[in-house]
Ligand binder design. Structure first.
Ligand code: TZP
Ligand code: MG
Length: 225
């Protein structure tokens, strides 16, 4: 079944971003507002807690027929039986993750350069997360800020490959910046398949409305040009 990457929610469990809100509820509301895929990203909790929260999130995402992926942790994805994982350059090797999770799993890879993106496609990634586009307080130890120019050069290189892989971008994307990353204006550019956000939804007072606004911006013609 084709995966809809158009509005990709990445979670954050830190109180700076989540505030007093309950993560499971945030995810439920965000999906009601138009989120199409969810990645549970939690760098703090221990394994037992990760599995507990992921199981709760999976109950919600399944109800809405939206895929749930786990950041970094192939073991947690396997334990929970969710749809896949998202791995970075320092995480488990893609082929090993594939061996563990099987062909049906969705395996996404973060890429910050043309070389990383091409290698991930060749290794069999199901989609790529491209970034960090704009500097963001949500991810402080970001290795590389690629900007819209970096994003464009990766997309242009990917367009020359024989295998086409969906792409989403991440980093500093919100209602104000979303159109700048989506409409990059080059006919040679492979269009993005989606945008990934953390704080634009997780930190919002009303995650459902925040997701709706992002969807509206995705559907509107660009406000600049
Ligand atoms: N990877 C690159 S940037 C980032 C991740 C997980 C965080 C993006 O957070 P925000 O709040 O959408 O800028
Ligand atoms: Mg990682």
């Amino acid at each position: 079944m084709a995966v809809d990457y158009s509005l990709y929610l990445v979670t954050d469990s830190t109180r700076q971003i989540l505030g007093d809100a309950d993560l499971v509820r945030v995810v439920d509301e965000a999906i009601k507002g138009g989120v199409t895929i969810v990645q549970y990203r939690d760098k703090q909790n221990d394994t037992r807690e990760l599995i507990r929260v992921a199981t709760q999130l999976h109950a919600v995402t399944r109800r809405h027929h939206v895929p749930l992926l786990i950041n970094d942790r192939v073991d947690v994805a396997l334990a929970v039986g969710c749809e896949g994982v998202h791995i970075g350059q320092d995480d488990m090797d893609l082929q090993l993750a594939r061996k563990i999770l099987g062909d049906k799993a969705i395996i996404g890879v973060t890429a910050s350069s043309v070389d990383e993106a091409v290698a991930a496609v060749e290794a069999g990634a199901d989609y790529l997360g491209l970034g960090t586009v704009f500097a963001t307080p949500t991810k402080e130890n970001t290795k590389s800020i690629i900007g819209t120019a970096g994003l464009r050069s990766i997309l242009t290189s990917l367009a020359t490959l024989s295998r086409s892989v969906p792409t989403v971008c991440i980093g500093g994307i919100n209602a104000d910046t979303i159109q700048r990353v989506v409409y990059q204006g080059s006919p040679k550019t492979k269009p993005l398949d989606g945008v990934a956000v953390v704080s634009a939804i997780v930190a919002a007072r009303d995650p459902e409305q925040a997701a709706r606004l992002l969807r509206r911006r995705l559907a509107e013609p660009p406000a600049f040009a």
